[in-house]
Design a protein around this ligand. Sequence first.
Ligand code: NAD
Ligand code: WQD
Length: 346
Amino acid sequence: MKILITGGAGYIGSHACVELLNAGYEIVIVDNLSNSKPEVLNRVRQLTGKDFKFYPANLLDITTLDAIFSENQIDAVIHFAGLKSVGESVTLPLWYYNNNITGTLRLCEVMKKYGVKKIVFSSSATVYGIPESVPISEECSLGATNPYGRTKQMIEEIFRDLNVSDPEWSVALLRYFNPIGAHNSGRIGEDPNGIPNNLLPYISQVAVGKQNELKVFGNDYPTKDGTGVRDYLHVVDLAIGHIRALEKVLRSTGVEAYNLGTGIGYSVLEMIDAFEKVSGRKIPYRIIERRPGDIGICYANPLKAKNELDWAAVKGIEEMCEDLWRWQSNNPNGYDTEVLVSAKIL
Ligand code: NAD
Ligand code: WQD
């Protein structure tokens, strides 16, 4: 079984590639490395002892996309490739709409041409916008509040329309909550460009001295300690969720959305505390005003994924923080710590 992984050099994609290879799938990766480094591919090969083809290409490049499908007998696609910064999407909406939506349209065109109609798509809990209530279930109304989130919501609609036009399409829309942590080898993990936007990458950079202090965005939310509450899930649990979703799309047709989260919410202060305990490092922090666009509480009802995909997150926040700390302390500069050997391109 050969699976095309778009965005396979990225944070979540690389962890999914390790799990897929370990589970016996053959993979082909396409990634333009716009937010990732080729070194990650070497490490995926080292961790798994398996090889795969890598195409350093943009999804917008339909000629290369076509070549990928003509040169490989692809059975299904896992589609991670996309730009993901909320703030950047507000400043550069056309770039986001073009990259995420046009990229997906080109991918679907080529899939259609080659008769490949099975796909697992990286959606996001951000499609729920300001949640009506928590825990959030898949039936809750959607209302993304920024261009990035709207690309996800629109792509979900595109897949639904595609399935109406041709019911053989089989699509899993995976709405991730807040993925954190790293592979427990400490060899692959999240390597954000510049100053991290997200909480855990920021905390771990404070711990290794790359940032001076954490700024906590508000302590006046209606939550247990006033700070924002989120559903953090281990990236390896999330990666395994893709295998369960892939098995589902391979055996059925239709379009289904699934929340991938733990169902448990932790506050910013609880995450600082958990990280300090496992790392033994003090995380200095300062409370500042709320971050514009933030919501107070967001956590999943993950029962649909349990019932239909037989998937549930099993790793707790201690393990998430331990694995993040191992990755960050072994690789304080991410994938730049070692002399880069250019990725092997077959
Ligand atoms: P990432 O940036 O680490 O990985 C995305 C990869 O896609 C990168 O390697 C990038 O180079 C590649 N890419 C982007 N545009 C491309 C294009 N046009 N052609 C080819 N490759 C392209 O991000 P991630 O955290 O691994 O996220 C993966 C997916 O999951 C994204 O679609 C993201 O929106 C979604 N998601 C992420 C989170 C999160 O918190 N990390 C939460 C919800 C959803
Ligand atoms: C978590 C909590 C912040 C940083 C974002 C995207 C979302 C999704 C995941 C892709 C909040 C607080 C954060 C900091 C802080 N990505 N915080 N100081 O906002 O839930 O989601 O990433 O789909 O679309 O919006 O995650 O990690 O940024 O924030 O106090 O320096 O930490 O206010 O309460 P968020 P996050």
